[in-house]
Each structure stands twice: as structure tokens, then as C-alpha cells.
Design a protein around this ligand. Structure first.
Ligand SMILES: *Cc1c(COP(=O)(O)O)cnc(C)c1O
Length: 357
């Protein structure tokens, strides 16, 4: 079976040597040496000032909302993974959906502007499939109305924007290090910010608000990354160039072979693709269904990322109807993309798609 993704497992002996170290030290969590090492190495690899590793990408988002004091309404995109919206609801914030652009699939700044009102406190855009949003327009809306911006950058590990990491934008950016993501720590995530005070606040929040053996300064939660996860991250980071290169080769082959029969996401002109996903857009949902079934018959699993459009979730009872997001959601399919997918396997995927169309 060929799945849409496959967790990257790094050099086993290297991971084993970290595990041996942990057995010797007995220090398995609570900001151990490996988490500290991973944060330092990520900060330098990505070129970001403060990076706080946490237990997962969903908690990274929740911590960002908390640290920035978001209240009431938050404007976000309906074209994303469920967590972008569910973390808002979990924190008792009301997600208000701005529609997306039909070419780059990112939140439409004009639509954000239409939805801002006296209850709005923040904007949570997603760099969907790693493609940077219209950062300049979002920033100017935020400044005009005094709103906080949290970029859900779960897909944007390693994405460059104007020659630096896209994670440097917004009051906070968050990433996910889940096993299915480009870079992973089994489960994990991180909060990134240029603001040192915010970084300190988040470090406090992830450890119960405890500042010393007998001092509890504030409310907090448990969102710590453990040492086994950090060890996995250190091993995967050693191989990250190989991972991205493999993905790039595969992505480019999909593009070269398929650009005449399906549409591809329009990438931000100030940025380079990080090849985290291979989404293709069909003319109709019927076309998509035909391809999905044909692939399945050959034991190839594609995934309908992102479907359904989150403005259709019944538990939210949203007032907004995001027509473009609904239309894209119904017609988009992510194709298998991971290091280790062979050229022959990929060619058979491509042939099945071409034949089905
Ligand atoms: C994966 C993902 C998350 C959640 O990250 P987890 O580490 O799985 O909690 C949030 N937002 C987006 C867009 C994602 O793809």
C-alpha cells in the first residue's frame, strides 16, 4: 500500500544512542538537555529568535491565544485542518471565517477587513500547505484595528519568505512537529516569537506557571516536550536537507507530469515552496472522486486535505458562508509525497490520474 504520507524514521543507531543516554541520566522530561539542544539547533537552522518546543501543534496554538490575551471573536480561515478552528473553540473564542483566495488557497485580506468589528481581537491565518499568506496586507489590517496575529504555520517549517523564515512574522507563529509533518518529533510543536516577554510568558504557561520550587506565579498547563521526542527531532534535523531534496524531486515530477490536467496552488512570489504537500485541484468533485477511487483500487491512498471547509462544521453554527473555500475543498486532493516513494511508484500514480481524467 502507498499512503499519502509516511513518517520519516531517521538513523536508528543514532536514535538508540540518545535513548542510551536517557537511560543513563534518568532525565526524561522537564526541559532536559535534549529539548534545550533541539531549541538551540532549530533557532539557528530556521533563523528565529525565540522558539519554545511544546507537546504538539494544537497546544502551541492554544498557548499563543492565551499569551496574547485573545478574547471574543477571532478571524480565521475555513480552509485548514480542524485544529486551527477547534483550538479557538476550546479556548472559548469565536472563530469568524474569512473566505480564501481561489489561487493560493490562503485567507483573503479584503474579507478579513469586512469582518472586523468591536469584538474582534485577533487574526489566525494559516500558511496553507506551507505557502505564505499575504503577510503585508494582514499586518496593515492588524495595525489599523489593533489586532494580534497568530500564524498557524503548521505546514511552513523551513519556508523562506523574503529571504528569511516565514515563522518570523506575526506576533506569534506556531508549528506542528507531528509524525506526518515535514519535520517531526513523533508528537510535538513549537511557539515562535520575536518578543522576549511573550517567550518568557509561554515558558511559564507550559510548566504549570511554576517559577521555582515553592513559587507558582500564574495559571499554567502542561505542554512540555519530552526528551524522547527531542531526541527524534535532533535525529530528523540531521537529515532535513535530504528530506526536503527528496520531496522537491517528487513534487517537481508531479508538476511536470500533471500541470496540463489539474491545477496547482499558486505559490507566493516572495517565497520558495518547502514541498510539504502535493495538493492538486480538479475541475469538479466528480473528477476528484473518479481519481480517488482509481487510486484506491491500486492500493494508493490520497487524502482530501482540506475537506470539509470548516465554515460548514455543525458544532460551530457559523454565520459566514465561504463559497471559495467550499468550492476548493470539494475539488482538492493531496497526493502521496514522502522520502522513499520510488520513481516507479510515483509514475504509476501519475498514470492512474491521467487515465482517470
Ligand atoms: C497538524 C496541524 C495542526 C495541529 O498540530 P498537532 O501537532 O497535530 O496538534 C494545526 N494546524 C494545522 C494547519 C495542521 O496541519
Amino acid at each position: 500500500m502507498i499512503n499519502v504520507t509516511k513518517t520519516y524514521l531517521p538513523d536508528r543507531e543514532k536514535y538508540q544512542s540518545y535513548v542510551n543516554m536517557l537511560y543513563k541520566s534518568g532525565w526524561l522530561t522537564n526541559r532536559g538537555v535534549l529539548v534545550q539542544d533541539l531549541e538551540a539547533r532549530l533557532s539557528s537552522y530556521l533563523g528565529v529568535k525565540n522558539i519554545i518546543c511544546v507537546a504538539n501543534g494544537s497546544l502551541a496554538l492554544q498557548l499563543a491565544y492565551k499569551a496574547l490575551g485573545l478574547e471574543n471573536e477571532v478571524i480565521t480561515t475555513p480552509f485548514s485542518f480542524a485544529a486551527t478552528t477547534s483550538t479557538l473553540s476550546w479556548e472559548r473564542l469565536k472563530p469568524v471565517f474569512a473566505d480564501i483566495n481561489k489561487d493560493d488557497f490562503n485567507i483573503d485580506p479584503d474579507n478579513i477587513r469586512d469582518l472586523v468589528n468591536e469584538k474582534t481581537t485577533g487574526i489566525v491565518p494559516v500558511h496553507v500547505f506551507g505557502n505564505p499568506c499575504d503577510i503585508r496586507s494582514i499586518q496593515s489590517i492588524a495595525e489599523e484595528y489593533d489586532l494580534k496575529v497568530v500564524y498557524d504555520a503548521a505546514h511552513a517549517f523551513g519556508t523562506q519568505y523574503k529571504g528569511e523564515s516565514v515563522l518570523n512574522y506575526g506576533d506569534i507563529s506556531t508549528v506542528s512537529f507531528h509524525s506526518t509533518k515535514l519535520f517531526h518529533t513523533i508528537e510535538g510543536g513549537a511557539v515562535i516569537t520575536n518578543n522576549d516577554d511573550l517567550a518568557d510568558k509561554i515558558r511559564l504557561l507550559i510548566n504549570f506557571g511554576i517559577t521555582g520550587p515553592v513559587t507558582i506565579e500564574s495559571v499554567g498547563t502542561n505542554a512540555k516536550m519530552n526528551e524522547f521526542e527531542a531526541a527524534m527531532g535532533l535525529c530528523v534535523l540531521d537529515e532535513i536537507d535530504f528530506i526536503v531534496e527528496q520531496r522537491r524531486t517528487l513534487w517537481e515530477r508531479y508538476f511536470d507530469e500533471l500541470y496540463k490536467v489539474v491545477s496547482f496552488q499558486k505559490w507566493n512570489a516572495l517565497s520558495v515552496n518547502n514541498y510539504s504537500y502535493a495538493p492538486v485541484l480538479f475541475k469538479s468533485e466528480a473528477q476528484l472522486n473518479r481519481v480517488e477511487v482509481k487510486l484506491k483500487q491500486s492500493n494508493i491512498i490520497s487524502r482530501r486535505y482540506f475537506y470539509p471547509s470548516l465554515d460548514t462544521l455543525e458544532y460551530l453554527d457559523s454565520k459566514q458562508v465561504c463559497g471559495i473555500s467550499r468550492s476548493i475543498s470539494c475539488r482538492i486532493l493531496c497526493l502521496p509525497l514522502y522520502p522513499g516513494l520510488t520513481e516507479n511508484e510515483q509514475k504509476s500514480i501519475i498514470n492512474i490520474i491521467k487515465n482517470a481524467l
